[in-house]
Design a protein around this ligand. Structure first.
Ligand code: MCN
Length: 793
């Protein structure tokens, strides 16, 4: 029998290759390509008076220099606004190369293509630009004050103001027995994949065809952008995503200017061209996230049950809004987490600043929302002198409440915000057991007696995962019996090759080892959306399962004819179709692949094998008239709405009484992503997310000065946690509440680790110190300063 693979801790098949240095990234491809370097704005806000490229043209080894003046057709138009929204009255996107103004340090102004990067960089230094400096708007307070404007035609720096509500929050808060008014801030950070952005392109003049290899989260998105901006048909452009050294959201932005300029130059120069981003460029010209200021009014009863919740927040969207309002909308709708306030009102302002653009970074708006909500839960508990867990439990949506609609709020996809399934009380029981919540007070006393300060924190979240609109799967059985699977979304290290092979092994009934998965190649899968919003398992996993079921059905039909048996009497295991109860009557899937092709090998009844080449009987199609040749199945999956994963993190920290250093003693995660395909992969995703969250909570921030210069744009200055700062052990417990919305009961898992980390650390540090923590990330020196402040209170 084939072993069941779903739910097994199968080691990732991609890892040997990747950890032994055999991955192939954009920079490894197309040897001999010319290299592109980018002139980036040194100013956060300026008009461009003139650009002089004269000094570059004669440089030996330089092939071309391009400025805005050289862009034609759609390339001269602003980049697309990817997710427009009716509320986004003042959306702005940048030009591929700055036209007459720059709005952040790092904005692309010109590019040079040369024999190599050294020459290209030297040439870039020789371009002369005359600027007329304008006052930069840096940070949310400056944007709100609106003494200066980022875009002259955008009043008050507001890209949009958006409001959603249900019930009457203000009236409920006024009428509630207890009320709190709270303010929180969370700073900017960014994803720091080991591999930055990178694109290589080759134009084939004979075939009239563009090939692009790019480090992206959406090969089909880049393909559409390249085709439309360069005036090509979609069918003339192939985009292949090779190995990607991490994306974490930043590579879902498409197209990056460089992703258009590289193919443009390759076509113009009739020579392959590449651009490989360096680390400083990643800091100043890729994307950031997180920065928000939040004001909360909450009214609640003696048990801590929320009667009304009113949230107003200001979101720093950077200089442009290519992703529309997606990040603040996610904050505003997923902030409610596992709770059910009867009255809710949320308003946000999305504000322009002269800083790098903001696009989704792992968690995408949820870490900020969870931070606001969980800080509020802790504040309610502190106000009432109640246990923080008890207050959360009093507000939980109950298992019998599902499907649960959060009033008539609309989710980021414009559909009603309806949670499909979950069991939050049980998650909490598991979290308490895992972190030994009940024993903590005794531990605290012991620690206190020894002169130590410890604190415990807890934070819950709910995450809408697997957004549509669709994803496809294709399963093809080769005549060798090997199974080739393709899906259009891309992989950045999530282990898709392993997880999807597990699905196919079970659905088709083949050995796991016989399945090979290809992702992110528009030649194989031209229709796809991309990898973001923890959607691959739900979307492509479901599509692949459906495709495998189609292939299985077809295999059974062909086998029934070959074995002269009834379809219902057949079973497939280990890649062999057998008649139940008569195992000698069997046929291999590879042989069925042969039979599925009218131009087929002759079938030798005696050995049940394909023996010699022969043209099939033209009057007799392989199975029936409706069947296409080939043993394959394909399908698309399009969900009616998102499915909601959930989880709880708990952490125990120790804060040094002298230095205020924050040490993590224990970190525990309870997580529900529906049916688990591969617990080992999910745990890896959670560990990675928590490590990233530790960075976001305790170390990382984008330190802009008043001029809009990023002061820490290198790994010397931007603090990321090393292995020494990440807990040795992240304890994980799973809960499986299958989603009723998709064929395998899946929910997403890829972002969960990072979502509640700022909230949980704030909760634990507050518990250790005894005063409110309202701004994250928090460093030892900031904690020390807070101690001094509270000593004087
Ligand atoms: N999985 C599973 N069982 C489930 C759900 C998921 O075994 N019930 C597995 C999936 O099969 C997949 C992995 O867990 O192998 C993550 O699945 P999913 O939650 O669908 O997330 P995606 O694959 O769509 O990945 C996107 C998500 C996001 S949005 C970011 S950002 C992110 C992340 O994943 N970026 C990553 N994880 C990352 N991991 C790496 N190494 N690099 C990145 O850039």
């Amino acid at each position: 029998m084939t072993t069941k693979m779903m739910g097994e801790r199968v080691p990732r098949v991609e890892d040997d290759r990747l950890v032994t240095g055999n991955g192939r990234y954009s920079d490894d491809l197309v040897p001999g390509a010319l290299e592109m370097a980018v002139l980036r704005s040194p100013h956060a806000h300026a008009q461009i008076v003139s650009i002089d490229v004269e000094a570059v043209l004669d440089l030996h080894g330089v092939h071309a220099v391009y400025t805005y003046e050289d862009l034609t057709g759609a390339l001269a138009e602003p980049l697309p606004l990817l997710i427009p929204h009716p509320t986004l009255t003042h959306g702005r996107t940048q030009y591929t190369l700055a036209k007459d103004e720059v709005n952040y340090v790092g904005e692309a102004i010109a590019v040079v293509v040369a024999d190599n990067r050294y020459i290209a960089e030297d040439a870039v230094d020789r371009i002369e630009v005359e600027y007329k400096l304008l006052t930069p708007v840096v940070g949310i307070p400056a944007a709100r004050a609106a003494r200066d404007l980022v875009h002259a035609d955008v009043p008050a720096n507001k890209a949009a103001t958006m409001h959603q509500s249900f019930g009457d929050a203000d009236a409920a808060i006024d009428a509630a027995p207890h009320r709190l008014s709270l303010d929180f801030t969370i700073e900017r950070s960014a994803s720091m994949p080991l591999e930055g952005r990178g694109t290589v392109a080759r134009w084939d003049e004979d075939l009239n065809r563009m090939s692009v290899w790019t480090s992206t989260q959406t090969s089909t998105g880049v393909r559409a952008a390249v085709a439309s901006k360069l005036g090509l048909d979609l069918g003339q452009v192939d985009v292949v995503t090779p190995d990607v050294g991490g994306g974490f959201g930043v590579k879902i932005m498409h197209p990056w200017p460089e992703e258009l300029l590289v193919p443009m130059a390759a076509k113009a120069l009739r020579h392959p061209v590449k651009f490989i981003e360096d680390r400083r460029e990643h800091f100043i010209s890729a994307a950031h996230e997180r920065g928000q200021e939040q004001h909360i009014e909450v009214g609640f009863d003696d048990e801590g049950r929320m009667q009304g919740l009113s949230v107003y927040f200001w979101h720093d969207n950077g200089a442009y809004t290519p992703y529309g309002l997606i990040v603040p909308i996610i904050t505003s709708t997923q902030l409610l987490g596992p709770y059910k306030p009867p009255n809710y009102s949320v308003t946000f302002e999305s504000l322009y600043t002269n800083t790098v653009i903001v696009t989704p970074y792992r968690g995408a708006g949820r870490p900020q929302g969870v931070y606001a909500m969980e800080r509020t839960m802790d504040a309610i508990a502190a106000h009432l002198g109640k246990d923080r867990v008890a207050v959360r439990e009093a507000n939980f949506i109950q298992p019998e409440d599902f499907p649960y609609a959060q009033g008539d709020l609309l989710f980021q996809d414009g559909r009603p915000l309806i949670y499909d399934s979950g069991d939050y009380p049980e998650l909490m029981n598991k979290a308490k057991a895992l972190i030994d919540w009940e024993d903590f007070e005794a531990y605290r006393e012991e620690a206190r007696a020894a002169g130590r300060k410890v604190g415990i924190g807890i934070a819950c979240y709910v995450e809408g995962t697997g957004v549509g609109p669709y994803e496809g799967g294709h399963v093809h059985v080769e005549t060798t019996g090997k199974v080739k699977v393709s899906t259009g979304l891309t992989s950045q290290g999530q282990g898709h090759q392993t997880a999807f092979a597990q699905i196919v092994a079970d659905e088709l009934g083949v050995p796991f080892e016989s399945v090979e998965v290809v992702t992110g190649d528009t030649r194989r899968s031209p229709y796809s959306v991309g990898t973001f919003a923890s959607r691959a398992a739900v979307m492509s996993g479901s599509a692949i399962a459906l495709a495998a079921r189609n292939a299985r059905e077809k295999a059974l039909r062909i086998a029934a004819e070959a074995l002269e048996a009834d379809v219902d009497d057949l079973e497939i295991a280990d890649g062999i179709v057998r008649v139940k109860g008569a195992p000698q009557s069997q046929i291999e899937l590879g042989t069925l692949a042969v039979l599925s092709n009218p131009l087929r090998y002759a079938f030798d009844e005696a050995s049940s094998a394909a023996t010699q080449f022969a043209v099939g009987d033209p009057n007799k199609p392989p199975v029936d008239e409706d069947d296409e040749p080939g043993l394959e199945g394909k399908d698309y999956y399009s969900p009616m709405r998102c499915t909601f994963a959930s989880g709880i993190h708990a952490v125990i920290v120790e804060t040094d009484p002298e230095t205020a250093e924050i040490k993590i003693l224990r970190y525990a995660v309870v997580h529900d992503c529906g049916t688990l395909i591969n617990p080992k992969i999910v745990e890896g995703q959670i560990h990675g997310g928590v490590a990233q969250g530790v960075g976001g909570a305790l170390y990382e921030r984008m330190a802009y000065d008043e001029y809009g210069q990023l002061q820490n744009a290198s790994f010397m200055d931007f603090l990321m946690p090393y292995v020494t700062e990440v807990p040795d052990e992240i304890e994980v417990d799973h809960q499986e509440t299958p989603s009723p919305l998709n064929p395998l009961g899946l929910k997403g898992a890829g972002e969960a680790g990072v979502i509640p980390t700022s909230a949980v650390f704030a909760s634990a540090i507050e518990d250790a110190e005894g005063f409110p923590i309202t701004a994250m990330p928090i460093s030892p020196s900031e904690l020390y300063a807070l101690r001094l402040e509270h000593e004087h209170d």
